[in-house]
Design a protein around this ligand. Structure first.
Ligand code: SF4
Ligand SMILES: [Zn+2]
Ligand SMILES: [Zn+2]
Length: 311
């Protein structure tokens, strides 16, 4: 199959728009879609600090490399990469190595935030302590909070996340299926500033996962393939399968799910759904409740530990 833009052999097909592209035209199209999303999600940015969440996987590697290439020639923009080490043996160690390699190659300052230091515990430890709880529930909450804190402390105006089209389509469907309008409203991109929260954006929102992977390979970016040992328990796996089957049967479904969310995003942004942001009574971080979910999980895991010590 030939590329639609030139005579070269195509390296990818895009059934959702009936296109075939060679390596050069494909890479250009990824950069262009990400650039358009940067403009759309974070308009009128003249200068300041851009924090990029860097996990060491393909998505955040692509997000950092694109954001870096885009702002490189603007002296008013400073980029910092932030990696959260949740304390997951045999997984985070590998991904951290890739994250560090990329930050060094791009000469971007790299902050590593460790759950063991900031929270006094790790995902592995709590997963062992609370075997009945899906680790992603507390791990995801802690990572989001630690990323936000690190980005805020670095003086960031925005926090870039590596979510791709598949990730976001799954999240939209998951939130609809759970009738969780609060989370649907709080999904990135953030158009509203909330006290203590660095707005999050997702420039890869229009790029399917397999295209992010191909782009990372074509650009020779260092990234790690390891999968988190706790991931198999995540509900997201079911939604991944559902979205994948929908997309295969009806190309364009992922884009449509995102458009549905965008179409109602403004109307959803009502404190009744989103929850007014206050301060957590324990840690002082932004919270929609009296105590933030991060502290709730910490308390739960400590109570389990105390229960174990008593028995
Ligand atoms: S898959 Fe779940 S447990 Fe593993 S790093 Fe991600 S959120 Fe944490
Ligand atoms: Zn071409
Ligand atoms: Zn708290």
């Amino acid at each position: 199959m030939r590329c639609d833009g030139c005579e070269t052999e195509a390296v990818i097909d895009q059934p959702y728009r009936g296109a075939h592209l060679c390596a050069t035209h494909f890479s250009d199209s990824v950069r262009e879609r990400a650039r358009r999303e940067l403009h759309r999600q974070f308009p009128r940015f003249k200068g300041g600090t851009v924090a990029v969440a860097l996990s060491g996987g393909k998505d955040s590697a692509v997000a950092l490399s694109i954001v870096h290439a885009y702002y490189r020639r603007r002296p008013t923009v400073r980029i910092v990469a932030v990696t959260v080490d949740e304390g997951i043996a045999g997984y985070r160690t590998e991904t951290l190595r890739s994250a560090t390699a990329l930050a060094e190659a791009l000469e971007v300052p790299h902050l590593i935030v460790r759950a063991s230091e900031r929270l006094g515990t790790t995902t592995d430890e709590v997963a062992r302590r609370m075997p009945g709880t899906v680790p992603c529930s507390f791990c995801g909450v802690w990572r989001r909070q630690l990323l936000n804190r690190a980005a805020r402390e670095a003086g960031a105006d925005v926090l870039v996340l590596g979510f791709n089209l598949d990730d976001l389509a799954q999240t939209v469907l998951m939130n609809f299926a759970r009738a969780d309008l609060g989370r649907l409203a709080r999904m990135s991109p953030h158009r509203h500033r909330q006290p203590g929260l660095v707005p999050r954006i997702a420039p890869l929102a229009q790029i399917p996962e397999r295209e992010v992977y191909l782009f990372a390979r074509l650009q020779g970016l260092p990234f790690d393939h390891s999968e988190c040992p706790h991931a198999s328990a995540a509900a997201r796996n079911v939604y991944r399968e559902v979205v994948w089957r929908l997309e295969e049967a009806f190309p364009g479904t992922r884009h449509a799910l995102l458009r549905s969310r965008d179409a109602i995003a403004e109307r959803l942004f009502d404190p009744a759904h989103v929850g007014a942001v206050a301060r957590c009574r324990d840690c002082g971080e932004p919270s929609t409740g009296d105590r933030c979910r991060s502290c709730e999980y910490l308390r739960e895991s400590r109570q389990t530990l105390m229960g174990e010590a008593r028995s």
